[in-house]
Design a protein around this ligand. Sequence first.
Ligand code: TMP
Length: 211
Amino acid sequence: MAQGRFITFEGIDGCGKTTQLRILAARLREAGREVVETVEPGGTETGRQIRKILLDPANTAIHPRTELLLYFASRAQNVEEVIRPALAAGHLVLCDRFTDSTLAYQGYGRGLSAGIVHDLDRVACQGLKPDCTVLIDIDIETSMARAKKRNQRTGPEESRIDEEGSEFHSNVRRGYLEIAAADSPRFLVIDGRAPVATVAERVWEALAAHV
Ligand code: TMP
């Protein structure tokens, strides 16, 4: 049976990757592709429970290593329950964040070593790597303004990480750009400051060769 393709979307908070993932999924379905959308953390019932713990701003005592393990716990479940079966069935899997998020946020943001992230990735993902990663890049000011707006709209239940200061988010953004530069064949880096439809067109054109 045909092996599917695994495409991940990455970027700092408020970059617009979730909107772009949904637009791409709809367009691919219109073109007749079987598409599975998933998200990290979350994507399974177990993952959704872990997501609540991770993003609840009331959980101020979570240690960076606990945070790291919880992100990978959610991912391990998603890989087993959703992603691998969908790929084995020949589907295209679009995942909103994956291990590059952990490298950027827990590595560059929290200061944990990349070695630990790679070790846990081997345990949680059992060798599964994205075929292609779309990194939507925006500046920190736009990121923080959009995240604030979103939290005002949806409430603060998921704001524990995006309430971190601008230095944290600057480190995460720098992390993403370094990760992408070090693995450039896998990454498509797209400027996320343009209007949604323009970014969507760029994502579509850039991904044409991969899907
Ligand atoms: P989301 O709002 O894009 O769904 O992401 C949830 C938050 O979790 C976001 O602030 C980024 C953060 N995050 C990490 O810190 N590490 C990770 O491994 C993942 C997947 C997300």
